[in-house]
Design a protein around this ligand. Structure first.
Ligand code: FPP
Ligand code: MG
Length: 340
């Protein structure tokens, strides 16, 4: 890394941009993803293409590429491209299904696939992408196939727990379990695959997996915070959706557990006449509250676990990391900088 970027004065955003420059192979991952959109049923090409065109950070494939390079991969092999593409395809499938479940009109500043193409096409496109993902990863080692299966099961379990447990029965522990399963499972898989494909020892695979999982939990908490603190132009959707949808986000749970009588309204059916003002007043109150700070502390706590495990996986010395290891630290800092 150029010394200017090692400087602590360089912002996390600059260091994150530098991190991206270390994995130009992300363009190949994008091509590999697109190469799976083949079908003689036109809509099965069109809907995945639409979701891909909405963009996104591609953070999961970037993690897989950076982890494998940090662990010494001399070249990015077809196997690494396949699994990085497969993980993003799974992520895309979950977004399609999640937008149906949440009946979300917007994703990434544009109409969601659900809003544009309707439920049946979006549901079936999610099935199509998930099947394509397993097509790619089935060419790889058994431990990668099993880890991918496990991550998908956890995604489904996390989404189910979010819906099935009434908000009144959710706790900070259950909220973190949901974040671990619905979000961190794919981050963990990406980091694990980077280690598995470089034939790293089990202890390194384990540390990399813990790094990915902790980073994923921090990401979900940061997402929950941004739902309160951010604006529509930045988020690509209205803020306050977690309040409106009575989600077991860490913020909502901390608010209920704080004993604030205003939070009790999260536990009763919404009154359409006053719902909009409830969401707006709640956002104003939460933005100035200690609850926000507690959520930020929790994001930082998990980000620190991520850093510790990453450093362990890369030999234990923060001051002697490979450039891609520095880049992974920049990914953690970049995520945190969005909220701290
Ligand atoms: C988005 O979270 C949703 C997820 C991270 C997971 C969704 C998982 C499923 C729908 C299970 C289906 C599983 C497979 C394998 C296809 P969010 O609702 O908090 O964030 P958002 O604001 O992006 O919607
Ligand atoms: Mg959602």
């Amino acid at each position: 890394m150029p010394s200017a970027l090692k400087d602590s004065q360089a912002s996390a955003t600059q260091r994150f941009s530098h991190a991206l420059s270390l994995v130009p192979e992300i363009a190949k991952v994008e091509e590999r993803i697109r190469s799976t959109f083949t079908s003689d049923v036109a809509i099965m090409r069109e809907i995945p293409e639409y979701l891909l065109s909405l963009g996104g950070k591609r953070i999961r494939p970037i993690l897989a590429l950076l982890c494998s390079k940090a662990l010494g991969a001399q070249e990015i092999t077809d196997d690494i491209i396949d699994i990085a593409a497969g993980i993003e395809l799974i992520h895309m499938a979950t977004l399609m299904h999640d937008d149906i479940i949440d009946q979300s009109p917007i994703r990434r500043h544009k109409p969601s696939a659900y809003a544009r193409y309707g439920l049946p096409g979006t549901l079936l496109s999610g099935d199509f992408l998930l099947t394509r993902a397993f097509g790619l990863c089935s060419r790889l080692d058994r431990e990668i196939i099993e880890a991918t299966e496990q991550a998908c099961i956890e995604l489904v379990e996390g989404e189910t727990l979010e819906i099935a447990i009434p908000l009144a029965e959710q706790t900070t522990a259950s909220s973190l379990t949901i974040a671990t399963r619905k979000t961190a499972s794919l981050f963990r898989l990406a980091a694990f695959c980077g280690a598995s494909l470089t034939e790293s020892p089990d202890s390194v695979k384990e540390s990399m997996s813990k790094f990915g999982e902790a980073l994923g939990i921090a990401f979900q908490i940061i997402d929950d915070i941004l739902d309160v603190t951010s604006d529509e132009a930045t988020l690509g959707k209205r803020p306050g959706i977690d309040i409106a949808e009575r989600k077991p986000s860490l913020i909502n749970i901390l608010w209920i557990e704080s004993g604030d009588p205003a939070a009790q309204r999260l536990l009763v059916p919404a009154d359409p006449k006053t719902e909009q003002s409830f969401v707006e007043e709640s956002l104003q109150k939460l933005r100035a509250s200690e609850i926000l700070q507690r959520a930020k502390d929790s994001a930082k706590f998990h980000a620190d676990i991520a850093s510790k495990n990453l450093i362990d996986a890369l030999g234990g010395d923060l001051h002697n990391l490979p450039p891609e290891g520095e880049a992974l630290i920049a990914v953690i800092d970049f995520a945190l900088e969005r909220v701290l």
